[in-house]
Design a binder for this molecule. Structure first.
Ligand code: S3P
Length: 172
C-alpha cells in the first residue's frame, strides 16, 4: 500500500548533483506513480536547454517559469516531482510546495555534489572562473533553506539509487 502522504506529490529538493532526478525517478517507479521534472518541463515548453534559457532570457525569467511550472504540476496530478536546485529557495515557492506537496530534501555533502557536477557543463550557474568556489558559496546559502523541507534524507554518495529509494520510503 502507498504511504498515506502520497495523497500529496513528493517534491524532491536539494543541491544540483544531490540526485533529485535519479532518485525521484526511481522512487516514482517503486511507488508506481507518475514522475515529473520541473527542469524538463521548462526545457520542453521553451524548446531550449536550460543553459540556452539562462543565456537568452536570464535567471529571473527562468525562476518565473520554474514557479509557474511547479505550481501547475502540483495542481495537475500526484506523483514524484523533481525540481531544480533553486526551486526551494524563495518563500513563495516553498509555500506553493508545502501547500500541495511533501518536500523531501536529498541532503548531500558538498564533495558529493561537486563530484557529480564538475564534469558537466549543463549548469549555467557554475559557468564561472572557479566553479568549485561558486558551488561551495551556493551550498552555504542554500542549506538553511533546504532544511525547511518536511523530510530530510541523507545521500552520502556510497548509497545506490535503490538504497536511496529505501531511505526515502522509510522517511515517508
Ligand atoms: C539550478 C539547478 C539546476 C537548474 C538550473 C538552476 C540551481 O537543476 O534548475 O541550472 O539554481 O541550483 P539541478 O538541481 O537539477 O541541477
Amino acid at each position: 500500500s502507498l504511504p498515506a502522504r502520497l495523497k500529496k506529490t513528493i517534491v524532491m529538493v536539494g543541491m544540483m548533483g544531490a540526485g533529485k532526478t535519479a532518485v525521484g525517478r526511481a522512487l516514482a517507479a517503486r511507488l508506481n506513480v507518475p514522475f515529473l521534472d520541473s527542469d524538463h518541463e521548462i526545457e520542453a515548453a521553451a524548446n531550449l536547454t536550460i543553459p540556452e534559457i539562462f543565456a537568452r532570457d536570464g535567471v529571473a525569467y527562468f525562476r518565473q517559469k520554474e514557479r509557474q511550472v511547479i505550481s501547475r504540476l502540483l495542481s495537475e496530478q500526484c506523483g514524484v516531482l523533481s525540481t531544480g536546485g533553486g526551486a526551494f529557495l524563495s518563500g513563495e515557492n516553498r509555500e506553493i510546495i508545502k501547500e500541495n506537496g511533501v518536500s523531501l530534501w536529498l541532503q548531500a555533502d558538498l564533495e558529493v555534489t561537486w563530484n557529480r557536477v564538475k564534469h558537466r557543463n549543463t549548469r549555467p550557474l557554475l559557468q564561472t572562473e572557479n566553479p568549485r568556489e561558486t558551488l561551495s558559496a551556493l551550498y552555504e546559502v542554500r542549506v538553511p533553506m533546504y532544511a525547511k523541507a518536511d523530510l530530510h534524507v541523507p545521500s552520502d554518495g556510497q548509497v545506490s539509487i535503490e538504497g536511496m529509494v529505501d531511505r526515502a520510503l522509510q522517511a515517508l
